[in-house]
Design a protein around this ligand. Structure first.
Ligand code: FAD
Length: 412
């Protein structure tokens, strides 16, 4: 990054006087940050540990706030092209009874689009929006320190790099966070595990106009249609941390969900063992700050959350747009990162807490509690539940800041 010719990494075009930014981590958050910075003329490079992009993976639900963030960095059309617009959102019981049903033309219709996308396709779109050479794959960051002039130095397995600003977008077990906030508490286990898979089921057993979740006793199964007849399926279950099935995860899923309503058994029958991802669910206790000096944290590194609201990547996209606007608009990077902390920490803290609460209820397993949950879901109009989501979904991206004015934008 600290190149003799004074430019940023190969292929980037930065305006003179802009801070040169090094992003650690090339997931959704890191790549979106790089795209947003590049779009505003800030030179940026990305260091990514994985040597190759993984085609495997899962789907992501992008809510109106995340879609707006993608629109703000010019990628709305590309994402729409690769995604399926959300249809009716349903909640069912394992026997198939509908507890709740929200049509796309309902309350959410006014709020904007919800789309489902393959995660690898989203990261592919983000990478394609960056000049060649911006992302350096196969580089593992081992820490961040400061040089004698107070500038951050990224320490990697391939050497050291000095930058004006470092952004840690390196996920749940962030190395940058360990360097920045060594005393902060690490991820905490939420008490349940999750499986994710992309399935191409013969005979297309899934209605592409309906996505949703089925809630059992301490177990859930979700079905989200993707473009081209593929289906993103996920499941959760109460489990001890680190538990794995001795005879394979597909066998475990069949034992747990093989007798649930259609199309669950057919999806599991079509799933390939190798395509099933299993992760224990963690979130991050609130951090005392998301930035210090010229180093900031973003996405899961800053505020990993349980997946119950489907907001982790959406919040990372919001972070990306806000931090890029602040770094582009403010001459002092430290002031920009302090403003980023002030803007993003309270909001993301609320989303993390809410997601954790939602997960607790969704994982209830005692029959009386499950009965109560089903009654509440049946009686609560879906439009009411959505109205409660308004503070999250109604976020709008910052507008470029007129000289001399206050905050970068964004909202709660
Ligand atoms: C079961 C499940 C379902 C989910 N569903 C949704 C959903 O529907 N919608 C949604 O918005 N969110 C969802 N999420 C959350 C979402 O996946 C995350 O919030 C999102 O991926 C965070 O993006 P990120 O870029 O911050 O981190 P990551 O995606 O974890 O990316 C971090 C990157 O940093 C790299 N890296 C890590 N360490 C280093 C290092 N030392 N040096 C260099 N590179 C490094 C990694 O290789 C990785 O590429 C879900 C999560 C789970 C577990």
């Amino acid at each position: 990054m600290d190149r003799a010719d004074g430019t940023g990494p190969a292929g980037t075009t930065g305006r003179p006087g802009r801070p040169r930014v090094m992003v650690v981590g090339g997931g959704v958050g890191g790549l979106a940050t790089a795209v947003a910075l590049h779009a505003r003329g800030v030179p940026v490079g990305v260091l990514e540990r994985s040597a190759a992009e993984s085609g495997a993976g899962s789907g992501l639900t992008l809510w109106p706030n995340g879609v707006r963030a993608l629109e703000a960095i010019g990628l709305g059309p590309a994402v729409r092209e690769h995604s399926l617009p959300g249809g009716t959102a349903v909640i069912r019981t394992p026997s198939g009874r509908y507890l709740s049903r929200l049509d796309p033309g309902g309350a959410l219709g006014d709020r904007g689009a919800v789309v489902a996308v393959h995660r690898a396709e989203l990261t592919g779109i983000l990478r394609a929006a960056l000049p060649a050479g911006t992302v350096r794959a196969g580089v593992t960051v081992t820490g961040v320190r400061r040089d004698g002039r107070g500038r951050p130095v990224v320490v990697t397995d391939a050497g050291e790099e000095t930058a004006d600003v470092v952004i840690g977008a390196d996920g749940l077990r962030s190395t940058v966070r360990d360097s920045l906030l060594p005393a902060s508490r690490g991820p905490r286990y939420a008490g349940y595990t999750a499986w994710r898979m992309i399935v191409e089921a013969p005979g297309n057993p899934v209605d592409p106009r309906e996505a949703g979740e089925t809630m059992g006793r301490g177990e859930r199964f979700g079905v989200v249609p993707l473009r081209d007849g593929r289906v993103y399926a996920f499941a959760t279950a109460r489990a001890l941390e680190g538990d794995r099935s001795p005879d394979g995860e597909r066998a475990e899923l069949l034992r747990r969900f093989g007798r649930w309503h259609a199309p669950v058994p057919r999806l599991l029958a079509a799933a390939r063992e190798k395509a099933i991802l299993r992760h224990d669910i963690h979130d991050l206790p609130p951090l005392p700050r998301l930035a210090r000096g010229r180093v900031a944290l973003l996405g899961d590194a800053a505020h990993a959350m349980t997946p119950n609201l489907g907001q982790g990547a959406n919040q990372a996209l919001e972070d990306a747009v806000v931090i890029a606007a602040l770094l582009a608009d403010r001459p002092d990077p430290e002031e920009a990162l302090a403003a980023y902390d002030a803007e993003r920490r309270p909001r993301t803290r609320r989303v993390v807490a809410r997601s954790r609460r939602a997960g607790r209820v969704a994982q209830w397993h005692r029959p009386a509690a499950v009965g109560l949950r089903e009654t509440l879901l049946r009686l609560t109009p879906p439009s009411l539940a959505l109205r409660a989501m308004a503070p999250i979904l109604d976020w709008t991206p910052p507008t470029p800041r007129p000289t001399g004015s206050g905050r970068a934008g964004g909202n709660e």
